[in-house]
Design a protein around this ligand. Structure first.
Ligand SMILES: *Cc1c(COP(=O)(O)O)cnc(C)c1O
Length: 377
């Protein structure tokens, strides 16, 4: 089946018990056992819930993995994956991974003696050099936030295979509609389904997909034991969001391309970052592993005060943390997602005070450009 069909029919496309076209919200904690000697398919809802399972089957089908798992947030998903490792294990992690991922690795998991080297994964040789005898996994994100740097997923999967490492990728920015890392050799895909998969800025959710059954069983037992599961209502909302992922992303991406090109011509905009530009660094790699440039555009205003003035004047996009919703969302990395980084570290990563990130929504692109133009002053 093609992806557009999988979005509608992948996994459980109707309720197996009633035929309902929308999987019911099984709002329950437990399941009565008709025969206590032979437990039924479901026993306790932390271990399995039909609404959550429908979502888990859907994301497994979309990513082309053996097993999908749904968690209460993207961070619960990532944290549960990190529980695969033990004290003394070493991980090589992209230096531009999501801030929350950076934070748990530096804080919580550091306390548990998980060792991490952060590297620029745009450079496979830097990744190779960081691998030690105790290295167990490689964790990357592409395109990375907020400058949309590209990591070569095939090269990363090959390095991981060569050194016997688990390969893990955060696929939130692309979603399986545009990029399917398991097909490129990755072992584990994590998502913040809060973003494009949910797509309506109305829930927090995380998903994990494992390439094979064995890894799937290990992650499933962590999910059940650690308990960071997604509730049935939010599983249902995510399932509903997934059905329109394709049409939403196509439209948002088309607007993003148009807006990015237009931003490039604005005298008050110093630089625009968008993988859809012919001269975006890593563009050839990106289009060798993804089918589109996505709906996130970052651009640089002259300085912090100019960015603040712009964010205060803009009317249509929400000024907020998050991305991937039907409404456009503008964020200011220096004071939001990357505020925890010291200014020198931000400068070293080219995250200036004038940088803003736009997640392009489903509004009319001309209306968005008019609003942005007005706010640029
Ligand atoms: C938002 C986000 C996360 C964290 O997900 P939550 O659902 O907020 O816990 C992880 N990775 C990326 C790339 C994100 O954008």
């Amino acid at each position: 089946m093609n992806l557009r069909t999988l979005l509608i029919h992948g996994g459980r496309d109707r309720d197996p018990y009633t035929g309902a076209s929308s999987i019911p919200i099984y709002q329950t904690s437990t399941f009565a056992q008709a025969d206590p000697e032979h437990p039924g398919r479901y026993d306790y809802a932390r271990s399995g819930n039909p609404t959550r399972e429908a979502l888990e089957e859907s994301i497994a089908a979309l990513e082309g993995g053996a097993c999908g798992l749904a968690f209460g947030s993207g961070m619960a998903a990532t944290s549960s994956v990190l529980l695969l490792f033990r004290p003394g294990d070493h991980l090589v992690v992209g230096e531009a991974v999501y801030g929350g991922t950076y934070r748990i690795l530096q804080g919580l998991f550091h306390q548990w003696q998980l060792e991490v080297t952060f590297v620029d994964t745009q450079d496979p040789e830097a990744v190779r050099r960081a691998i030690r005898p105790t290295t167990r996994a490689l964790f990357v994100e592409t395109p990375a936030n907020p400058l949309l740097q590209i990591t070569d997923l095939r090269a990363m999967a090959a390095l991981a295979a060569e050194h016997g490492l688990l390969s893990i990728v955060d696929n939130t920015f692309m979603s399986p509609y545009l990029q399917r890392p398991i097909k490129l050799g990755f072992d584990i895909v994590v998502h913040s389904a809060t973003k494009f998969l949910g797509g309506h800025s109305d829930l927090i959710a995380g998903l994990v997909v494992a390439r094979d059954e064995t890894l799937g069983r290990r992650l499933k037992s962590i999910q059940n034991a650690f308990g960071g599961i997604l509730g049935p209502m939010d599983a249902w909302l995510t399932l509903r969001g997934i059905k329109t992922l394709g049409v939403r992303l196509e439209a948002q991406q088309a607007s993003a391309q148009k807006i990015a090109q237009w931003l490039r011509e604005q005298p008050k905009v110093n630089h625009v970052y968008y993988p859809g530009f012919p001269d975006h660094p890593g563009r050839a790699i990106h289009f060798g592993q993804a089918s589109g440039a996505g709906a996130i555009v970052s651009f640089e205003l002259p300085d912090g005060p100019a960015a603040m003035a712009f964010l205060k004047r803009v009317r249509l996009p929400l000024v907020a943390v998050s991305l991937g919703g039907v409404e456009s969302i503008l964020s200011h990395p220096a004071t939001m997602s990357h505020a925890a980084l010291p200014p020198a570290a931000r400068r070293a990563r080219a995250i200036s005070d004038g940088l803003v990130r736009l997640s392009v929504g489903l509004e009319d692109a001309d209306d968005l450009m008019a609003d942005i133009s007005n706010a640029l002053g």
